[in-house]
Design a protein around this ligand. Structure first.
Ligand SMILES: NC(=O)c1ccc[n+]([C@@H]2O[C@H](COP(=O)([O-])OP(=O)(O)OC[C@H]3O[C@@H](n4cnc5c(N)ncnc54)[C@H](O)[C@@H]3O)[C@@H](O)[C@H]2O)c1
Length: 432
């Protein structure tokens, strides 16, 4: 099929590359000329495992092209995906300006029947708004479909190629059938294609993210109770997770969730529920707990040292999670700002997010070229993101490098007994 994807960020680029990988002709459109130039040179502007190879392969096969020209891209396509950002607006709701501006541009570019597929995460009722925006510009026939995306950054290709489910919200049979055809190769292993009305489809994405954020905040609170009463959250977590009704996913305590999705989607869901006179109380608490959790390591450091003035603190991990360079809403940001505010000197390292971090902190933070480099003369190491390379470090070497051997493990990646046997003070989340 001939497909256009508008927005070449984490979602649009992955969707475009994966759709091309299955034999479709895909044009990826973005309004950012620098991004499009980079993509046309065969480079990708983000770090996502496997994506660059996939983009390169499909470009070489001429199934994947990049442009800033929305009108031309849309005119040549039968299906057009909207995958632009929906950031948090001033009042906490999802800001739809990019989605609606694309819808208007698409309306002006219509030259025959097309299916406009909204892949951005948008509040209930957006499909209707998109339909109206397009209809205001054209008399051509078209359908609007809601197709929320559930991929995870860091495993995005796998998630798109082998989804747990595909959700399609469509009001008309013609569009639903085209979408079914398009997704058939991705669901051969038996994943369901779930057909529903656009409103329910729009809500699915928010409900899923809200559920995951709830599990994270819930387990963070359990860990904090463990700290308070002297229990070990590892034991508690395993016992709880063994219950088949609960399961093990998203039950790891840490420094709070971040990224471009959970914080904004939780806010947006709270907001659109409230706009319909419903106070989503659990979700409000999930958000409050998360904000507090982001500063929990800082509190632990302050408790340990008294004052952090002039202390040299090494930070391992800046991205909001491993295998991405994304630092949007990353817990490392408020933590580092808190450390700097308390007078500490911060030396940081992340395998992929250093360029992004330099843009955020400038010269306020010293960036090391590897994990050990950040430890030289440090008073403490703080582990914020659980990259694999931090899991089995050379502890004797670390001890030698550090001025004061103290590790604050925000992700519980180390064994407390082993670390203490190496001579470190060790503080983690919810474990004695
Ligand atoms: N990042 C994720 O893990 C993820 C997962 C599922 C769903 N989503 C949702 O998908 C949407 C996109 O997220 P993302 O992380 O890919 O965003 P992003 O910020 O990485 O990318 C958005 C892209 O859209 C482009 N753009 C904006 N307005 C445009 C316009 N008028 N014309 C052409 N291009 C335009 C921007 O230049 C940018 O490159 C959001 O609604 C997000 O909530 C994201």
């Amino acid at each position: 099929m001939k497909i256009a994807v508008v927005g070449s960020g984490y979602v649009g680029l992955v969707a475009g590359a994966c759709l091309a990988e299955n034999g479709n002709d895909v044009v990826c459109i973005d309004k950012d000329p620098a991004k499009v130039k980079t993509l046309q040179r065969g480079k990708i502007p983000i770090f996502e495992p496997g994506l660059e190879e996939m983009v390169r392969r499909n470009r070489a096969e001429k199934r994947l092209t990049f442009t800033t020209d929305l009108a031309r891209g849309a005119k040549n396509s039968q299906i057009v995906f909207i995958a632009v950002g929906t950031p948090t607006g001033e009042d906490g709701s999802a800001d739809l300006q990019h989605v609606l501006s694309v819808a208007r541009d698409l309306g002006r570019s219509m030259n025959g029947y097309k299916v406009i597929v909204n892949k951005s995460t948008v509040p209930v009722g957006t499909a209707a708004k998109v339909r109206k925006a397009i209809a205001a510009e054209t008399k051509q026939p078209f359908s609007v479909v809601s197709n929320p995306e559930f991929l995870k950054q860091g495993a995005a290709i796998d998630d798109f190629m082998k989804p747990d489910r595909v959700v399609i919200g469509a009001d008309d049979a013609r569009a639903a059938e085209l979408m079914r055809e398009l997704y058939a190769p991705f669901t051969r292993t038996g994943a369901p294609i779930m057909l529903m009305d656009p409103e329910s489809a729009e809500l699915c994405k928010y409900a899923a993210n809200a559920m995951l954020a709830t599990r994270i905040s819930f387990m963070n609170e359990v860990a904090n109770v463990c700290d308070a009463v002297g229990a070990d959250v590892d034991h508690v977590r395993r016992a709880v997770a063994a219950d088949k009704r609960i399961g093990p996913s998203f039950l790891f305590p840490g420094v709070g969730y971040g990224g471009s999705c959970f914080p904004k989607d939780v806010k947006a869901m709270l907001r659109f529920a409230a706009a319909s006179d419903y106070e989503f109380q659990i979700l409000r608490a999930v958000e409050t707990v998360n904000e507090r959790q982001k500063l929990r390591l800082l509190t632990k450091l302050q408790k340990h040292f008294g004052s952090l003035k002039k202390k040299k603190i090494a930070v391992w991990g800046l991205a909001f999670k491993p295998r991405t360079d994304d630092m949007r809403e990353a817990p490392s940001v408020p933590l580092i700002n808190g450390l700097l505010h308390a007078g500490a000197r911060v030396h940081a390292y992340d395998p992929e997010a250093m360029k992004v971090a330099r843009g955020i902190f400038g010269t306020k933070v010293t960036f090391a070229s590897n994990g050990y480099g950040a430890l030289d003369g440090a008073d403490a190491l703080v582990v914020v993101t659980e990259w694999n390379e931090f899991r089995e470090p050379d502890f004797p070497r670390m001890r030698k490098l550090m001025k004061n051997p103290a590790i604050f493990d925000g992700r519980n990646i180390y064994n407390p007994h082993q670390i203490r046997a190496h001579g470190f003070d060790y503080v983690s989340m919810g474990r004695p």
